[in-house]
Design a binder for this molecule. Structure first.
Ligand SMILES: NC(=O)c1ccc[n+]([C@@H]2O[C@H](COP(=O)([O-])OP(=O)(O)OC[C@H]3O[C@@H](n4cnc5c(N)ncnc54)[C@H](O)[C@@H]3O)[C@@H](O)[C@H]2O)c1
Length: 342
């Protein structure tokens, strides 16, 4: 099988830096694009580009990548990339795309754009050139999330009744991941209502969200009549992007950012005759996220380039989740409930 000539744009944390944290390496098999690119047989990693020449050169040196540069134009002639991994914030992506003449696919980081219009323009530019867009909302590629979405969630807890989500470090930075996970596992958002207060995210040591990002408590109706609440946490105290999903036949929690997945069965109540409970004190440990998602995201893209296989997180899919976040922000401004129906 051929390997697609690939350039990594951006040499920061998600590109390569997280792999310097031994705890991250121990708990997540693939936490960076560099780790995947260095080992995936379907991608020939030919260049690293970053505004910072030192950052680009350092990643290129570490992974023995042939080319590094501060300017994407310089790597076109020697590499002629077919795939670009855009591991940079939204600004500048459009210009980079324009500078890559023969690109067939991009893997792009969330958020899709600094605004909804920018996200749409980026996707339109890709669509005009028939460039495939795979967005790194990684839960869509993760085997645990995929099997839950394919029927295991329903098998374990029945029909979903209510969802509680904890997130932090910003709506655009992390709530987008959780909104996308809820869409993947449960269904489409019908409406959202920001409850407030709107706070500046309080990050921990590792990651700072973009300046304009906000933390806000919001409520949502998902699918027909499933209620969901999204609670921001200050990561200065501890991190969590987690879900607690309550069904008709039990409960499933996905906590510690996916490292702890537990279900709880419905049993006869210990308190009232002829009633039932969900036994919170008897968790059933489920397979947890192992950090294969980044790798699977690339495998899926290679399959989509080879054949007509569907992308697991296409630009259009990511845009739908982005529109939910946009609706939350509009609800925050207006104080009103905002419909998410197309
Ligand atoms: N999917 C995920 O789980 C996940 C996790 C972390 C970060 N991200 C996203 O990835 C993006 C990057 O985040 P990060 O934490 O790695 O940031 P970072 O600041 O650590 O790294 C960004 C790098 O890109 C370079 N850069 C920026 N604009 C550039 C341009 N136009 N051309 C060339 N180089 C450029 C910077 O010099 C820097 O080295 C953000 O959009 C962030 O939200 C996603």
């Amino acid at each position: 099988m051929n390997a697609y000539r690939t350039v990594l744009i951006g040499a920061g944390r998600v590109a390569a830096g997280y792999a310097h944290d031994p705890l991250n390496v121990a708990s997540v098999r693939y936490a960076t694009h560099a780790q995947v690119l260095a080992s995936h047989p379907r991608f020939a990693w030919g260049a690293v580009v970053d505004r910072s020449g030192d950052a680009a050169a350092s990643v290129a040196r570490q992974y023995s990548v042939p080319l590094s540069s501060t300017n994407v134009a310089e790597i076109i002639e020697p590499l002629d990339p077919e795939v670009a991994v855009l591991a940079i914030p939204p600004s500048g992506r459009y210009e980079i795309l324009a500078a890559l003449p023969n690109i067939r696919a991009v893997i792009v980081e969330k958020p899709l754009g600094a605004t909804i219009d920018e996200a749409r323009q980026f996707l339109q530019a890709c669509s005009d050139r028939r460039i495939l867009v795979q967005v790194n909302l990684w839960r869509r590629a993760d085997p645990v999330f995929r099997s839950l979405s394919a029927g295991l969630l329903r098998e374990q807890i029945g029909s979903v009744q209510a969802i509680v989500c904890m997130y932090g470090n910003g709506l655009r930075n992390n709530a987008i991941h959780m909104v996308d996970a809820v869409r993947m596992l449960v269904g489409e958002f019908q409406s959202v209502q920001s409850v407030g207060p709107s706070r500046t995210p309080q990050p921990g040591m590792a990651v700072r969200p973009a300046e304009e990002d906000r933390d806000v408590f919001f409520a949502a109706i998902v699918d027909e009549d499933i209620t969901a609440s999204f609670h921001p946490l200050a990561f200065a105290h501890y991190r969590e992007n987690g879900l607690d999903i309550w069904g008709t036949d039990g409960r499933l929690s996905i906590l510690v950012e996916g490292l702890v997945v537990q279900s709880y069965a419905r049993r006869e109540s210990r308190m009232l005759t002829a009633e039932f409970e969900v036994s919170a004190d008897r968790p059933i440990v489920q397979p947890s996220v192992e950090g294969q998602a980044f790798y699977e995201l690339y495998s899926n893209l290679a399959a989509a380039l080879d054949t007509t296989e569907e992308l697991c997180c296409s630009g259009e899919e990511a845009l739908r989740s982005t529109l939910v976040i946009d609706a939350v922000e509009r609800s925050l401004s207006s104080g009103k409930s905002v419909s998410c129906r197309p």
